[in-house]
Design a protein around this ligand. Structure first.
Ligand SMILES: Nc1nc2c(ncn2[C@@H]2O[C@H](COP(=O)(O)OP(=O)(O)OP(=O)(O)O)[C@@H](O)[C@H]2O)c(=O)[nH]1
Ligand SMILES: Nc1ncnc2c1ncn2[C@@H]1O[C@H](COP(=O)(O)OP(=O)(O)OP(=O)(O)O)[C@@H](O)[C@H]1O
Length: 233
């Protein structure tokens, strides 16, 4: 077990660091006063049980090794949720420009959805982690998707888990139709994007005013609970 803990430690560190960095994008866009392409960010280290299942699927030994790291590039996983499909391209462009990570693979499951109906943009990156034994470069997966794509994927993931990957035909068909409905929702929202953007700016301005007390002073942090997205991990 100690061997696994040591093996997974750099991945834990990478997820923690990347979460801070990717959430930082949000703050930067906010300061620029432009439309915010990042809604929220989550991250996880792949659970050992999932690593085990994947090694069985791929027919590789279940032991901490360079082969495992190579075969499972999603041990460290980040997910960026966006409001609109167009935002995904902006985030992808921003990530390609960064010098603290190297994008080594991209998969566009938005233009080319998977047979299940799954849509998302995936990037595999190389990311250097500083350890007490020096620098260790690991792989990490970044999935970028809209809120609607995320809603569909999380429901489908739970159903697949329940039926252990053997979805009954009726549910599979319903999920395919739900995936199309989610895509149409994204398309509809994109069409009224400017309206939504104006409404959000108006709401932020209103919130800023409400954040001031009656003397006009800005309320101190801690005067109110921090607002977090319910899915933010
Ligand atoms: N909910 C859901 N998630 C998916 C689906 N396909 C891919 N994903 C997510 O995307 C990740 C990587 O998928 P792929 O790009 O297909 O990678 P892969 O190595 O070809 O496939 P896996 O062996 O399934 O990881 C998966 O681990 C899931 O998190 C899908 O049909 N439904
Ligand atoms: N890149 C990622 N960022 C954030 N969360 C993720 C990422 N990939 C998967 N998850 C989530 O982490 C949880 C457990 O991960 P797990 O590795 O079992 O899922 P998975 O990668 O989707 O599955 P599989 O290994 O079967 O492809 C799931 O809720 C899954 O949705």
């Amino acid at each position: 077990m100690k061997e696994w803990k040591q093996f997974l430690e750099p991945y834990k560190q990478a997820v923690a660091e990347l979460k801070v960095k990717l959430k930082g994008l949000r703050a930067q866009y906010e300061l620029e006063g432009v439309h915010m392409p990042v809604e929220f960010v989550t991250g996880r280290v792949k659970p050992l049980a999932s690593i085990y299942d994947k090694t069985l699927e791929k027919g590789i030994p279940f032991k901490p090794s360079a082969e495992l790291a190579e075969e499972l590039p999603d041990i460290a996983g980040l997910r960026i949720m966006c409001q609109f499909v167009d935002d995904i391209g902006k985030v992808v462009h921003t990530l390609r420009q960064r010098t603290d990570m190297q994008v080594i693979e991209e998969r566009d499951y938005i233009s080319h959805k998977k047979p299940s109906g799954y849509r998302s943009y995936h990037m595999i990156i190389e990311y250097p982690v500083q350890t007490i034994h020096g620098e260790k470069t690991i792989f990490a997966e970044i999935q970028i998707r809209t809120l609607a794509m995320n809603f569909w994927a999380s429901i489908e993931h739970s159903l697949n888990y329940k039926y252990q990957g053997e979805l009954p035909n009726e549910i599979r068909h319903r999920l395919e139709r739900a995936a199309e409905a989610a895509f149409r929702l994204d398309e509809e929202m994109s069409l009224i994007r400017d309206e939504i953007h104006d409404a959000q700016q108006y709401f932020s301005a209103f919130k800023e005013t409400a954040d001031r007390d009656y003397s006009g002073k800005k309320r101190k942090r801690g005067d109110q609970d921090e607002i977090r997205h319910p899915d933010e991990k």
